[in-house]
Design a protein around this ligand. Structure first.
Ligand SMILES: [Zn+2]
Length: 405
């Protein structure tokens, strides 16, 4: 029953696909189980358990995983999902470079590449680079079929259509639906995501799988954030939910209340306009401390330059005021801070913690953890893999089409 050569009738049909999807969810959350354990967890009749397990095994998604000795001493076979049954292709596209990867169904990266790009070169050039790169990586993992492609971009993505909408830094991308281009290369389900939403999903999938409510804050050249609530990325009515980078900021200590600085989004006085990498570089230059770039700022912080440490600490406080409002509203268990500026020792996180503790509701902060990302820039890739895996394995029709590939 573990034959995966696909000879004979298709292993799943519309009548059995829904049951197979339900069983997939059981194994995805539980790992390795015997038939009896599946029955205990689901309450399904034995005949139902057996037919659903046989269906998943026949399409190569379920494999034997050793035996355990049962209550009366009879060994029982354990089963687990086989994540090598298919691969997922992901492209985490940033402003100046992209991370490409081939992952298995559990999100383990099998092959990876980093490719420089300039997002403002426009969708034809940038998507061409991404898809050529993914095709090359895919050729290095021959065998398992491609079941999905996940792609993220550094701008707002309309949830219903997957279109990029009014992106501040993505010249030429307004109204573009990247999935249309992806499907010219790979005729599979495509997930298009905002980059920070993908990172929030990746942090949750990889580092906080038991946490259902999480806020991810990225502080790099810009500021963005994504929210996981009840275990799902929150998108809102149009797809712009969860981003506090362009909300109204406190005026930092020692800064005149007016005029408020112009932001890249066209408004003035956003969190990003005071506390992002680009804003700090501008502020320090105006104050007679030219650091040149975000890298230069980090070098100055690590060298203990007081002006740089003070600027990052104050940026943390400004961000913390914004995070405090989100914490009061959303009550996350964990706030994960990533991006280049999160690497500035503890100064940024210290500023954030200080303001969140002072301003959020006590009940919301009682067990709140504010931690630095441990994924070293891979959060987006891992979040995209988790997202596209979820899409393929939670919808009977999509799974049915996938196993026929
Ligand atoms: Zn803004």
């Amino acid at each position: 029953m573990t034959d995966t050569t696909h000879a004979g009738p298709p292993p799943l049909d519309p009548a059995t696909a829904a049951g197979a999807v339900a069983l997939l969810q059981v194994f995805r959350s539980s790992g390795s189980l015997t038939r009896a354990e599946v029955g205990e967890r689901t309450g399904w009749a034995r005949v139902t358990v057996n037919s659903r397990m046989d269906a998943l095994a026949d399409c190569g998604l379920l494999v034997e995983d050793g035996t355990v000795v049962g209550g009366r001493g009879r060994p029982a076979t354990r089963f687990r999902l086989d994540p090598t049954r298919a691969v997922l292709l992901v492209a985490d596209i940033g402003a100046s470079g992209m991370r490409l990867a081939v992952c298995d169904l559990a999100g383990v990266v099998l092959r990876r590449a980093e490719v420089p790009c300039a997002i403002a070169d426009g969708p034809a050039t940038v998507l061409g680079l991404a898809l050529e790169g993914l095709a090359r990586l895919r050729d290095a993992v021959p065998g398992p079929p491609v079941w999905g492609v996940g792609l993220s971009v550094p701008g707002p993505v309309e949830a219903a259509t997957g279109r990029v909408v009014s992106p501040p830094i993505m010249t030429g991308w307004d109204g573009v639906a990247p999935a249309d281009t992806v499907r010219q290369w790979f005729d599979v389900p495509v997930l298009v995501e905002n980059d920070v939403n993908a990172m929030a999903a990746g942090e949750r999938a990889q580092c906080h799988p038991d946490v259902d409510d999480l806020l991810f804050l990225k502080v790099g050249t810009g500021v963005g954030s994504g929210v996981v609530s009840n275990g799902r990325v929150v998108r809102g009515a149009q797809g712009s939910a969860g981003d506090i980078g362009h909300t109204w900021a406190d005026t930092p200590d020692g800064t005149p209340a007016e005029p408020r600085p112009l932001c890249r989004c066209g408004k003035t006085g956003c969190l990003e306009a005071y506390a992002s990498g680009w804003a700090l570089v501008d502020q320090l230059a105006a104050a007679g401390h030219p650091v040149g770039s975000v890298d230069g700022l980090l070098t100055a912080v690590r060298a203990g330059e007081r002006y740089a440490v003070a600027a990052v600490r104050e940026a943390g406080r400004v961000l913390g005021a914004g995070v405090a409002q989100a914490v009061s509203m959303l009550n996350p268990s964990v706030v994960v801070v990533g991006g280049q500026l999160a690497e500035a020792d503890e100064h940024l996180l210290a500023g954030i913690r200080e303001r969140v503790a002072a301003r959020s509701l006590p009940l919301a902060t009682r067990d709140l953890q504010i931690v630095r990302s441990k994924l070293d820039g891979d959060a987006g890739v891992l979040g995209l893999a988790a997202g596209i895996a979820e899409r393929v394995m939670s919808d009977p029709d999509v799974l049915l089409a996938a196993v026929a590939r």
